[in-house]
Design a protein around this ligand. Structure first.
Ligand SMILES: C[S@@+](CC[C@H](N)C(=O)[O-])C[C@H]1O[C@@H](n2cnc3c(N)ncnc32)[C@H](O)[C@@H]1O
Length: 164
């Protein structure tokens, strides 16, 4: 399994026991924190510094890929290249799970999110409205399922490579 944009390793407690996991991140500082968490929790994971848009990984390497709150920090022009790379390293029968923010359709929630947005952008370089789904088709991926996990603010996209 690949954890793309592993960050400080907040997903470590949720990795299945029977999985070989690689975590990649572009930030050495985040990887240092992930290594400390790995040592503390005893998580079996290989951590590598890499850009998700150009990974030093062979084609079809992973049968599952998770990416949690990575696409919200990728600028619009990086959405498709990042998805194309995930597709390249995913086995043809593999699954990609993308957990992301969505800008709410509820007027009050939307208003509050829009108030927060500049601070979130400044503090984390993140945005709530990346609309990652719109790049899937061009990246050679099929959206199999979209499910909101919290209100209409946090969504899970279940994605598979299109057949060649
Ligand atoms: C908001 S954090 C999410 C971290 C973790 N997945 C989580 O859910 O806690 C986004 C992470 O993506 C990483 N990142 C940003 N751009 C990246 C890129 N081009 N390639 C790989 N990682 C990247 C950041 O360094 C950061 O650790």
């Amino acid at each position: 399994m690949l954890d793309a944009g592993v960050g400080t390793g907040r997903n470590f407690p949720f990795y299945p026991d029977d999985c070989t996991v690689t975590g990649i991140d572009i930030s050495p500082a985040m990887l240092d924190r992930a290594r400390r968490r790995k040592d503390k929790l005893g998580t079996v994971v290989e951590l590598r510094e890499m850009n998700v848009t150009a990974m030093d990984v062979a084609d079809d390497s992973f049968d599952s890929i998770v990416s949690t709150f990575l696409f919200c920090v990728l600028e619009p022009e990086l959405q498709r290249p990042a998805l194309e790379e995930l597709r390249r390293v995913c086995r043809p029968d593999g699954t990609i799970y993308i957990l992301e923010y969505a800008i709410s359709e509820n007027p009050l929630r939307r208003f509050i999110m829009n108030l927060w947005a500049p601070w979130v952008r400044l503090a984390y370089g993140a945005a709530f409205d990346r609309h990652t789904e719109q790049y899937l088709e061009a990246a050679g991926l099929n959206l199999v399922k979209k499910k909101y996990l919290y209100k209409d603010i946090i969504k899970l996209l279940l994605v598979r490579p299109k057949a060649l």
